[in-house]
Write a protein that binds this ligand. Structure first.
Ligand SMILES: Cc1cc2nc3c(=O)[nH]c(=O)nc-3n(C[C@H](O)[C@H](O)[C@H](O)COP(=O)(O)OP(=O)(O)OC[C@H]3O[C@@H](n4cnc5c(N)ncnc54)[C@H](O)[C@@H]3O)c2cc1C
Length: 328
């Protein structure tokens, strides 16, 4: 190998972009992202003047490493604390208290990924289908057999079931990868022409199908148009993943009305998103996967607690291991 080794990173969520940032000093990095947008599950849907964070709602920064990483983004306002009025609905329990700050990206959850990607090479709307050996390298192909390039290393940060499908059989990480179990979630998005009267801005719901409701407009830097995001419990979503989506939408709208008093049917915009792989029920057996003989690796939130911070931790740990492998 002459010069810097090349690496294809699959996925422009937080793990893929963090890996790209960390590896750029000693590797030639290309990130492939199947969506047009960046950020993966840290996502924002914009429609008819409304903006919904329909994936991750907020994130914590419990580790010193993640705090240090966030500092410049906090300084320039890309990331800001969110301190909504909290409530607990459909349960006699008091809402959990937040003792540490919760953060959001601005002007939507994708904002952090956009800032991170500014200095990186990201090929968007390109879905990697498979990897084929080409001498000492991996040839990366899409489903139409388009040659996306040859790379010394390939790292997948796709959710674990997708990484399992992408990785060649010889990948030594398969046994650890296959212990990871992910669960779904539905997000109902409601955009209103006029603000709704509620005495909370974010609430846990103690009764299926819903688990969480937030007034998205209460987050810093959002457009004024009043938006609510309601999310189901993961267990309910998992049991209802294949049901008719119109029936799911109707059931979630009815539940929003029962638990909040908000007439969901009066919303000017009503959207539903099904996340097949939203959170992690059981993580992989290791905090990242690396196979130096085959020059393949994988990382993601499914290597940990299924949260934004877990995605960062997994990517950081893999970057360190790769640096040691490559630079000795
Ligand atoms: C509904 C919901 C609510 C959540 N709430 C919270 C929360 O409140 N707090 C919190 O901390 N976390 C929350 N999370 C979890 C959080 O969003 C994730 O832990 C984190 O964003 C995962 O980042 P990642 O980079 O590991 O994976 P992802 O964000 O999933 O990134 C993987 C990327 O790979 C891309 N990809 C997949 N396959 C291919 C392919 N073949 N070719 C090219 N690209 C591909 C995907 O499009 C995606 O962009 C929530 C998630 C969901 C869905």
């Amino acid at each position: 190998m002459t010069g810097k080794p090349s690496v294809a990173i699959i996925g422009a969520g937080l793990s893929g972009l963090r890996l790209a940032q960390r590896l750029t000093p000693f590797m030639q990095v290309t990130v492939f992202e199947k969506s047009r947008g960046l950020g993966g599950r840290m996502s924002t849907r914009r429609k008819d003047g409304f903006a919904f964070d329909h994936g991750a709602q907020y994130f914590t920064a419990r580790s010193a490493d993640f705090e240090a990483f966030l500092r410049p983004y906090l300084e320039d306002g890309t990331v800001q604390p969110w301190a909504p009025r909290l409530a607990q609905l459909s349960s006699a329990q008091a809402p959990p208290r937040w003792t540490a700050p919760r953060y959001v990206a601005t002007p939507g959850m994708t904002g952090l990924a956009k800032a991170m990607a500014a200095e990186l090479t990201v090929r968007r709307a390109v879905q990697v289908d498979r990897l084929v050996r080409s001498g000492d390298q991996w040839q990366v192909l899409d489903a139409e057999d388009t040659d996306l390039g040859r790379f010394d290393w390939v790292i997948s940060t796709a959710p674990s079931p997708q990484t399992t499908r992408l990785m060649p059989l010889e990948f030594a990480g398969h046994p650890s990868l296959e212990t990871a179990v992910m669960q779904g979630c539905y997000s109902l998005m409601l955009g209103f022409d006029t603000p709704q009267v509620l005495d909370w801005e974010a609430a846990w719901v103690g009764q299926d199908p819903l688990a969480w409701i937030a007034v998205n407009t209460s987050k810093p830097g959002r457009p004024d148009h009043y938006c609510i995001v309601a999310q189901t419990s993961n267990s309910w979503a998992q049991a209802n993943l294949e049901r008719d989506q119109d029936a799911i939408r109707t059931e979630l709208m009815a539940t929003v009305e029962i638990v909040t008093g908000v007439a969901a049917s009066t919303a000017a915009y009503i959207g539903l998103h099904r996340w097949r792989y939203a959170s992690v029920a059981t993580p992989s057996a290791t905090p990242f996967l690396i196979d130096p003989d085959n020059r393949l690796a994988a990382a993601g939130d499914w290597c940990g607690a299924g949260k934004v911070e877990a995605a960062f931790d997994s990517a950081s740990a893999l970057a360190e291991a790769l640096e040691i492998t490559l630079t000795g």
